[in-house]
Design a protein around this ligand. Structure first.
Ligand code: HAM
Length: 499
């Protein structure tokens, strides 16, 4: 046990996400939710731990995930009615979603189920940049009885087109869709046998890891990144030559639907993926590789992966329910966005990756002004404005510095301001100082926020019509301010002499 004074740290491979970075995480999740809604997906939340059998049966005993990477423990029974049970922190979410589909008899609706999830997953991998032991996935699954059209290649193409849209809307540049078909379970059996045969005479020339894979799970050899083995692996039989007629036709139909939508892809015959449940279409979206620092991912260049799993439901004891889905590595997505946005993101306010500044910073002058400052903040916040409150012990200079960092406007609350109800405000963007009665401030700050939103949008779209709208909004904000200032003048003029 560490000495009581030594501070505890986050466990290896886990990390804390802090503001302002969490604002970026929230923005990514909000874009994902909007896109999912447009494609008719609803959210599913499954437990973070499940019966170990779920992953053993679903993901596959021989996979790296199940054989080496799971966090599994024997859960003791607490009552006579309970049995001790082996539980596992979910290493992925597809098996859990299919379990829930079966458990809640979602197939009985006869409808195609379109479900998305956002949440942490756990794998005991060797941590490195872009690879963690607790990481987040944003994923989605489309599944249902065959009569709901769940097997149709249009589902595959739609999922891939949605991913292209999502990555574009998030601003990910230079993504590449790598695509393959691993055929039906029978195709894979035949291919596995062919691979085993082809590997037998050359096995001893491969690295130790690949020698082991050649024995236990020959498909995994295709995944190997070991440089010395690449030429031998490239010369191995190709899965495309082992697909039956139906799998070939299915894959051709996926490709032609993608062509029709204009979604570009690269065929990658070695893309077999690390989970056993895949059938037919498999895919990954990557960003320029390890060698290119712009990906932000080091050697982990797969942003997301997925594919079809037509037999998974049966493997878990459920009815036939073909499906297709994917999971985005959210940690990797964020690293890529940060790397691609470049150094200008370090300048506050210059990038949409930065958190937005608040509308106002209220600076109470003297500790006795703290309570009314908090009351004013309450009023502004109730009116939908974002506000931070300083402290009455701060000198004016310190308040201004803090306000400039945090907000677009500073509202000063001193003796005069409290006596008259007329507040002094400074707008940092223009350097102008102005006065307004309390009520007027809400109007002005709201109008200012709208104007800023329109201007940012206009700058992004570079459309003249958007520029025109932004001009109009700025004019409205100016008018609101002039109204507030003349109200302030009136209030101050009406004050009895000497007060
Ligand atoms: P997966 O390829 O194992 O697939 O994981 C999907 C994505 O999660 C990867 O492409 C990667 O971005 C991210 N990821 C995986 N492991 C880590 C890690 N240790 N640290 C950070 N990110 C990681 C699945 O999980 C399947 N359930 C996807 C799926 C859904 N297939 C069909 N439906």
């Amino acid at each position: 046990m560490p000495a009581p004074t030594s501070p505890l740290k986050a466990v290896r491979g886990t990390r804390d996400l802090l503001p302002p970075e969490t604002a970026l995480w929230n923005r990514v999740e909000s874009v994902a939710r909007q896109v999912f809604a447009r494609y008719g997906f609803g959210e599913i939340r499954t437990p973070i731990f499940e019966d170990t059998q779920l992953f053993a049966r679903g993901v596959g005993e021989e996979t790296d995930i199940v054989s080496k990477e799971m966090y599994t423990w024997e859960d003791r029974a607490r009552a006579q009615s309970e049995k001790a049970q082996s539980l596992t922190l979910r290493p992925e979410n597809t098996a859990g979603v299919v379990r829930a589909y079966i458990e809640h008899k979602l197939g009985d609706t006869g409808q195609l189920q379109k479900l998305f999830y956002i949440g942490p997953q756990f794998r005991r991998e060797r941590p490195q940049r872009g690879r963690y032991r607790q990481f987040w996935q944003i994923g989605a699954e489309v599944l249902g009885p065959v009569t709901s059209g769940s097997e149709s290649p249009i589902r595959d193409a739609e999922v891939l087109e949605m991913l292209a849209t999502l990555l574009d809307e998030l601003g990910i540049q230079n993504w590449q869709l790598q695509l393959n078909s691993v055929g039906s379970t029978e195709d894979r059996k035949r291919y596995n046998a062919a691979l085993r045969e082809a590997l037998a005479p050359i096995k001893h020339q491969l690295c130790e890891d690949n020698q082991r894979r050649a024995e236990t799970n020959p498909l995994r050899v295709l995944d190997s990144k070991e440089p010395a083995d690449q030429a031998l692996i490239d010369a191995l039989p190709k899965i495309a030559d082992y697909l039956d007629h139906d799998s070939r036709a299915h894959f051709a139909a996926v490709l032609s639907a993608l062509d029709a939508c204009g979604v570009p892809y690269t065929l990658n015959p070695r893309l077999v993926r690390g989970l056993d449940y895949y059938t037919r279409t498999t895919f990954e979206f990557t960003v320029p590789s390890s060698a290119d620092p712009a990906s932000g991912l080091g050697t982990q260049n797969a942003l997301l992966g997925g594919g079809r799993y037509d037999g998974l439901s049966e493997m878990l004891g459920g009815p036939r329910a073909p499906g297709i889905g994917f999971a985005i590595g959210e940690d990797r997505l964020i690293l890529t966005l940060q790397a691609q946005a470049g150094p200008q993101t370090l300048e506050p306010g210059t990038s949409n990756l930065e958190p937005q500044k608040l509308d106002a910073y209220i600076a109470p002058m003297g500790v006795e002004r703290n309570p009314p400052a908090l009351a004013l903040a309450r009023e502004l916040r109730h009116a939908g404005l974002s506000v931070e409150v300083g402290d009455g012990t701060f000198r004016l200079k310190k308040s201004f510095e803090a306000a400039d960092r945090a907000a677009h406007h500073i509202v000063i609350l001193g003796e005069d301001e409290l006596a008259t109800g007329v507040l002094t405000v400074k707008t940092f963007a223009t350097g102008e100082q102005w006065k307004s009665p309390e009520k007027g401030i809400v109007q002005v700050l709201r109008a200012d926020r709208f104007a800023r939103g329109y201007r940012e949008h206009a700058m992004k779209t570079e459309l003249l019509s958007d520029d025109f709208l932004a001009d109009r909004r700025e004019e409205t904000a100016r008018e609101e301010r002039q109204d507030a200032e003349s109200d302030a003048e009136q209030v101050l003029r009406k004050r009895p002499e000497g007060s």
